[in-house]
Design a protein around this ligand. Sequence first.
Ligand code: TRP
Ligand code: ZN
Length: 869
Amino acid sequence: MNIAANPAIEADQTIYLKDYQKPSYIVDSIELNIQVYVDHTLVSSTLVIQRQSEGDLVLLGRDLELQSISVNGQQLSESEYKLDSEQLVIANAPDHATIQTVVRIHPESNTQLEGLYQASSDLFVTQNEPEGFRKITFYPDRPDILSVFTTRVEADKKFPVLLANGNLIETGEAGEGRHYAIWQDPTKKPSYLFACVIGDLAVMKDRYTTSEGRDVALEIYAEEKDIPKCKIAMEALKHSMRWDEEHYGRAYDLDNYMIVATSAFNMGAMENKGLNIFNTSCVLADEEYTTDAAIMRVQSVIAHEYFHNWTGNRITCRDWFQLCLKEGLTVFRDQSFSEDLQSSAVQRIDDVAVLKAHQFPEDSGPLSHPPRPDHFVEINNFYTATVYEKGAEINRMMATLLGKEKFRQGTDEYFRRHDGEAVTVEDWVDALSAGSGVDLSNFLTWYNQPGTPKLEVKSEYDVESQTYCLTFKQSLKPHPKYPNLKAVPIPVALALFDAETGEQLTLKSTALVANGVKDGVYLFDQDEATIEFSGVTSKPVVSLLRNFSAPVNLEFDYTDKELAFLLQYETNGFNQWQATQTLLERILLNDQPAEIYINAMLNTLPDLIQKDPLLASRLFDVPTEGYLGSRIDENYQPSKIKEKRNALLNKLAYAFGNTVKEIYLSLDPELQSDFSQAMGVRALKNIMLMMLARQGDETAFELAQEQYSSTGNMSERLGALRVLVWNDALQAQAVLEDFYTRFKNEALSLDQWFMVQAAHPEATAATIKALTEHPDYDLKVPNRIRAVSGGLSNNPVNTWSFGVQHYISLAKYLDEKNPIVGSRLLQVLSRWYTLAEPQRGEVKAQLEALKPLVKSKNVCETLNSMLSV
Ligand code: TRP
Ligand code: ZN
């Protein structure tokens, strides 16, 4: 599993898309018998295989103790196969064969949380995507081999719950206080979707009847005390099932759907067929214990994993280079679902904020790669913002261009053609084109090349001819590994407004997808082009890239006045927000005065707070220090950014004056009719509280203390706690202690307690040290590590000073224990090369010093890429 200490050897480990070959054997069926004991687990498997093309029989296996192997009932001697640390190869295997193996594995000491592992004293679970199944048994562990799985699970009766994919067909006694269950999954699937669960868990049950009349048993398994926290997830699950029927014509295909929650999980959740396994953070949701943001996340992740049943499971990926085929499409689907669930503008704002905060920086630095990479060393390193988020944007662009009806015809065709297959990105784009009747093949360029395009737009108005012209130009920063970058198709959603009245104009231009409409889309697919609007009677205000119709960096010479105009009159909530962001970035990075923003906000807020408090709360978003830093490519000085941002926050707090307290006191989440509105009101109240504290108003802390103690809602409680802690209020220590006492047995709430302290704007090395030495800090639990490390990274000044050693020692510690998480944490430092000297040189030296100390492919590949700038 590890490559040699010298990472230069990595060159040999690179896998290329162009080298893809069909498997020599396919597997018709697999029978597994998994017997769990205290200090080991026995896995017996029976594969029925069939030759498909030339070549040896290659069974992948890692960390497996082989007990026996037979072919068609004949035991093989050691000379009849070749076994190394990665695979078992049988030359000259028959064209049809039954292969039986018995291996011993050690889930009880598996800290990598990959394959079968013990998640807690009461629970064993699996995580097999992308390549975990080979840590359970010898198998051609690749996604283009689909097979029927039958699974027998056997364990001590102190683990009453025995689950695997599909239908339960038998249970019984296994002697010596043990029992077993046999499950059969009728749908053919790749090995990465295999799952089993052995544990002592409680369950919440419900039912759902599909549009096809199938009665489905729904079950969510969690610790007894957490069962009440599964209600929101259960509702979201039923909602997702309905949504996929209505929007994509896809109904569920099995008689049961199970979800299991565990706190020991490397990522968010996993879509195993009929048996999803979830990080507790993505399934448990409850006003009292988790924040509004966490509740929204639970709903979107539940939808995401459910939607994978069709986009990922029924139609899967031919190879791991195609990861964005399932992830990009499924993220696009879960985003659309969430847009229907709450204020669609705010959902889009939050999704774009994530894209800009993570994907844009990733794509402009040493870890930049195409949404469909063409080579990798460790596929786990490619579960990235680019694959997921940019992948989703590509699908969104095609959907925007096609419109609802044609997009649906396209997806229908995709399901019709490829159900039950393992396919490629090309197959998806072909089916979408054929079904919709629109050739989308040039969108493949988006999948195949890296970088965020720059879109420059210039405008010109001519009174004489009453025409308004827009000139578009696109370009990409040269990329060392991709010399032949091409222009991409960019759908530009746009609107024109009358500069006097604020009214939206009807667009007259043959260049648009539709002419004579108000909401227009122009498909810009050249290096440069000009389009013309006729019958424009006065110089208009243009709004470009509405709803963020393409993942590009837009450059347009808006005047401050025009931006203030858009904040007030634009009917697309996303672009209202975008106008505030552009204004704030100018104030912050170009030292412009803040008055325009403040006045525009004061004009817009009173109405908006009534109509859409959630959107109103987002208009106060001041770009984070991290995001601002990511916009700087050299001589980056984190403390300068911090100073400026702080100065702006103070300026805003004072400029809003009494309005701050008035808004705070006027708002009551209890009076809101729906969750989304109440969430907005809570967000606004917390923002006002923070501003009040900035004004130096003594009452801020009293109000915060009052809000803290009188609420039963986590967003309110945490908001108040944050104000007190971040401002070092006298009450801070007492509320921190109170919070700890209340929630010390609630891991997700306690994560927030760690996070708030780690993210303190003036947190010191000692603050972080104290947190990592706290008895509740646990390096075996990724959520807890992420709470502290994520809090720390909220603060670039700290990240780039004592934080560097924090991340490096984590990467070193996790290199063998949990390389997936170790590699991800190290990526926080990927923009080291933008720092001003001497910091740049210092961080580089620390990264170089890590090189000889790490072994895992995961960390080595990340470190090598990071240092390759
Ligand atoms: N397929 C999962 C999802 O996006 C991702 C995932 C879950 C994963 N756990 C993982 C990827 C572990 C790699 C390793 O829904
Ligand atoms: Zn996914």
